[in-house]
Design a protein. Structure first.
Length: 524
């Protein structure tokens, strides 16, 4: 290469390195001597190329004290390794701390020439700040989710515990021979209590969805089974309002969707319930099924009710917004549709709405089809049914029930409930250890166990019961205000016989007192 060509090549090189943000350095191995330093050194280190060239030790003096030994060793290693990449901190001349990424790479030189190392220094402070911000955000999100989970568990317990006493005593009073006016008062208490419990359940469910704590069990669900269960449950309310509920005939709904059976039923119950509440006298409700695409199945609930206007449609899924329906006298929480929408979205579907004021509304659930199944491939899964008064015969032999519960109102409720079963004796303890001592000294035929106790958790009491060969086979029914599905599954896996959620159904509890060894219903 002639001198002119060499000069042109050097000029192109300088133009390249002078216009990049990274600092480019060419130096010898020890003893260090800088052959070239690009102008970007001023932006990254805060000193000129001339100042850096004049003092070979200058760069090392900019290194953060905590990183200086690491960087010194790296500089030495660069003379014997073909390539090294490191990150470390520097302190600029103006005192600013910056993060840099530095790459050392040996350069091929002519035989006999001094070995050279090319060094590229990149300011990565912005990236590091972003990483720290992201890590901080993740840690805060984790902390917030943990706090929310704890809040949900506590609120579930704190709200359900007094509701257990309210609804429990109301159910006991409703079993008495009361005058009509008093019976009506009791039923108003029960209606208001159940309405409040519905609100508690829906708010907690939405909060669990928002915090990612609500787990769904997706499976192939036969749509016709769910619709049949919903229409059976809604029939008394439909008849009371003099409405007509029409469900699909034939095999049109014998198709499987991928869904959580319990939650799909909950959504359809909510939609049909709204169609009943806001319908006109002698109105109609129609359930239909369709297949908008080979991958989807739709279920539509249509009514001939008051309908929803354009502005109201935009607010339809806003929690606690009842769209002015408070004046209709119909009970409602304003949460059901918002919860239904989020549940359907969790199942991979959506809710479409069409409505005209004075004409009626249509709500359509669109869910993914369970592709591996067609109608008739799988047997229908049993649906839950409302449990009426227990038909079990009273126990022919005496039974002792041990109740471990720290809430006095719940203890009094249980005393009055047990009093309805001659031959059944209730013993109770308000602490976990006292309960264990009581059960050990005189094993009962049935244990009812709360989970929130002052000295130890009910979960620990259950663990100790199941670890004791003498006590491990005694039926143990959890009676708790904690309704989280994960908690239920964990306690049943530990050996609990059944899990009743406060406020519990009095008749359901009586069935366990009548037959402690019965097979529990499957958990949906």
């Amino acid at each position: 290469m002639d001198n002119k060509a060499l000069q042109e090549s050097e000029e192109r090189f300088h133009q390249l390195v002078n216009n990049i943000d990274e600092v480019f350095i060419l130096r010898t191995t020890a003893p260090y001597r800088y052959v070239y330093i690009s102008p970007a050194v001023a932006r990254v280190f805060g000193l000129t190329a001339e100042e850096a060239m004049a003092d070979p030790a200058r760069f090392l003096s900019f290194t953060h004290p905590d990183d200086i030994e690491f960087v010194r060793q790296t500089m030495q290693d660069a003379g014997s390794k073909s390539r090294i990449e490191v990150e470390y901190r520097i302190i600029r001349a103006d005192g600013a701390v910056r993060w840099v990424w530095t790459r050392y790479q040996q350069v091929d030189v002519a035989p006999g020439a001094d070995p050279l190392v090319a060094v590229v220094v990149t300011d990565i402070t912005a990236q590091k700040d972003a990483q720290r911000a992201e890590a901080s955000a993740r840690a805060e999100a984790t902390r917030a989710n943990g706090a929310k989970t704890e809040f949900l568990s506590r609120m579930s317990h704190e709200l359900r515990t007094p509701m257990n006493a309210i609804l429990g005593f109301a159910q006991l009073l409703d079993m008495e021979d009361l005058p009509d006016n008093q019976r009506e008062s009791v039923r108003q208490i029960m209606s208001g209590g159940r309405h409040l419990l519905e609100l508690i359940n829906e708010v907690l469910d939405i909060s669990r969805i928002d915090s990612g704590q609500l787990a769904l069990s997706l499976e192939a669900v036969l749509v016709s089974d769910v619709i049949e269960g919903v229409t059976d449950l809604m029939a008394p309310l439909v008849d009371a309002r003099h409405l007509t509920l029409r469900s699909p005939q034939g095999d049109v709904c014998r198709v499987h969707v991928l869904a959580d059976r319990q939650r799909l039923k909950q959504v359809l119950l909510n939609l049909v319930s709204n169609a009943v509440k806001y319908n006109r006298a002698d109105g109609d409700i129609l359930l239909t099924c369709d297949a908008p695409s080979p991958e989807e199945v739709s279920i539509t609930v249509s009514d001939t009710g008051i309908g929803i206007g354009g502005e109201e449609l935009r607010r339809l899924f806003t929690p606690f917004d009842r769209l002015g329906r408070e004046s209709t006298g119909e009970e409602g929480t304003g949460v059901g549709l918002a919860l239904s929408q989020r549940l359907v979205q969790l199942m991979g579907g959506r809710i479409d709405v069409e409505s005209s004021p004075g004409v009626g509304s249509s709500f359509t659930l669109v869910l993914p089809r369970a592709q591996s199944l067609v109608a008739g491939d799988a047997p229908a899964s049993p649906e839950e049914s409302g449990r009426g008064p227990s038909g079990s015969d009273l126990l022919a032999t005496p039974l002792t029930v041990a109740y471990i519960e720290d809430n006095p109102a719940n203890v009094r409720l249980m005393e009055q409930l047990i009093a309805r079963r001659p031959g059944v004796t209730l013993v109770y303890a308000m602490q976990g250890q006292l309960g264990l001592d009581l059960i050990s000294s005189s094993p009962p035929g049935l244990i009812l166990l709360d989970l929130h106790l002052p000295d130890m958790s009910g979960e620990e009491v259950l663990r100790r019961l199941k670890a004791n060969k003498t006590l491990m086979d005694i039926p143990t029914v959890i009676v708790s205000a904690d309704a989280s599905p994960g908690q239920v599954r964990r306690l049943l896996a530990m050996g609990a016989t059944a899990y009743l959620t406060k406020p519990f159904d009095v008749q359901e509890l009586l069935t366990w007192i009548d037959d402690p060894h019965r097979t529990p219903d499957p958990i949906e």
